[in-house]
Design a protein. Structure first.
Length: 448
């Protein structure tokens, strides 16, 4: 358990620093006005959606790299890392080129309120400049976790997550004698921070020896090694696509409410960031258990992989549920910190009420999703997360929020119900499904 904790705690520190960065941006947007806060939430959610492909590639690489190191095959792990880093940059560049200048049509499709459409469109175009660096920064961070080198990138993450808030305050509100750029300053701050992070992470990978651009994988190796990467990445990509598109549609449901759509959107934006205080530590455990399970299965220790999966899931769920319980009495105080508008504060309180109640279920399913990534069994994540999002959360959110007239609170209630179902199904998968059969050891190209 000590080795698991040594892998988890640096990622938890990193995740909390990411949370504080996101909260600073949302707080800064709230100081400008509710329109900026709502527009930032929509742009951020679109950004998460555009990260679908790189997160799919990273899921495949996590399984391949962790299992390769568990089997003692260092060169194979290095080849997967090189492919992942170069592929992430190419994908980011392609998406940025396709997305720039096409924001209005996409945002209209997402039913962004006309009142904030020009603002959101400009923020969208500016955010495209960050995509290539954002993809590389995310992918290299995943590769460090897969190799268990979590301390050096922790320092880089802390640097970036100090730089970004300072730039938000400076360029957004004019602190530190900086020019006041308003909403544009928030996006420019992210572009600068992501670029610095990508460069520093790549330099650190080069120095560690895991990344060597002078020793690119041969075509013969690619023919043998890429099929497993693709086999894991495709379901992971589809799962991310279904999940993130579901969240985008959730934003659409909120933004298209007949009354208080903009304030509800601002409340959802702030609520998601506040909730991340609980969710991101769960993601740190998700990443860590993926590596641990991958190492165990790579070494042929299936029984250890199953046992550790249940222990870590239970421990993480209990710990973060107590944190949610501690936050519960302070919902109104927290809402007042992140919005000056009373209507937006009311929406934040409603969001926190339902999502703090869902903490045990959302954390448990998050951790168990990491188990599936480490095992290469990402098709379970696709089926469970996608099914609960599109068959329960969204239809129920529309029914409660729009049809029955419960507004944003009905949509937030649907989120709670879908998380309960999702966690229950994932527990059954962990206990009874044959998810250990999808490892690299059992893939026909494992000799690459």
């Amino acid at each position: 358990m000590r080795s698991i904790w040594n892998l988890i705690w640096p990622q938890m520190v990193t995740m909390y620093s990411v949370v504080l960065t996101g909260l600073t941006a949302v707080w800064t947007a709230g100081q400008i006005n509710a329109d900026t806060q709502g527009a930032l939430g929509m742009v951020n959610q679109c950004g998460f959606f555009l990260m679908v492909v790189i997160m799919a590639l990273s899921s495949g690489a996590t399984a391949a790299v962790s299992q390769s190191l568990g089997a003692g095959k260092l060169q194979r792990a290095q080849n997967y890392i090189v492919v992942t880093v170069l592929g992430s940059f190419a994908l980011g560049l392609l998406l940025a080129a396709l997305g720039y200048g096409h924001g209005r049509g996409i945002l209209r499709l997402l039913q962004v309120p006309e009142a904030i459409l020009p603002l959101t469109e400009h923020m969208w175009d500016l955010s495209m400049y960050a995509l290539p660096a954002q993809h590389v920064y995310a992918a290299t961070g995943v590769m460090f976790r897969a190799t268990r080198h979590v301390i050096p990138p922790l320092w880089i993450s802390l640097i970036i997550n100090i730089l970004n808030p300072l730039l938000c305050l400076g360029l957004g509100l004019g602190y530190f004698n900086c020019p006041v750029l308003g909403y544009a300053g928030l996006i420019i701050a992210n572009v600068i921070a992501q670029s610095v992070g990508a460069i520093l992470n790549c330099l650190l990978l080069l120095r560690s020896g895991y990344l060597s651009l002078g020793k690119l994988p041969s075509l013969r190796w690619l023919a043998q090694g890429l099929p497993y990467l693709i086999r894991v990445a495709l379901p992971a990509g589809l799962a991310s696509f279904v999940w993130q598109s579901g969240y985008l549609l959730l934003f659409v449901l909120v933004a298209s409410l007949p009354v208080h759509g903009v304030t509800a959107l601002a409340g959802l934006t702030a609520g998601l960031r506040i909730e991340s205080l609980l969710f991101l530590p769960g993601m740190a455990v998700n990443s860590s258990i993926a590596v641990i399970v991958g190492n165990c299965l790579g070494a042929g220790r299936e029984r250890d992989a199953r046992r550790l999966s249940l222990i870590v899931t239970a421990a993480t769920t209990v710990a973060l549920s107590f944190v949610a319980l501690a936050i519960w009495p302070f919902r109104e105080t927290i809402a007042a910190l992140f919005a000056t508008d009373p209507a937006t504060q009311t929406q934040i309180i409603a969001y926190l009420t339902y999502n703090l109640l869902s903490t045990p279920f959302s954390i448990a399913s998050t951790v168990m999703g990491g188990v599936m990534v480490g095992a290469g069994a990402t098709q379970y994540n696709l089926a469970v997360y996608g099914g609960c999002s599109w068959l329960i959360r969204l239809p129920l959110g529309w029914f409660l929020g729009h049809y029955l007239g419960f507004s944003a609170e009905g949509i937030f209630c649907a989120m709670l119900i879908s998380q309960c179902v999702q966690a229950t199904i994932m527990i059954l998968v962990i206990k009874y499904a044959h998810w250990t059969q999808y490892t690299l050891r059992k893939h026909q190209a494992h000799k690459c």
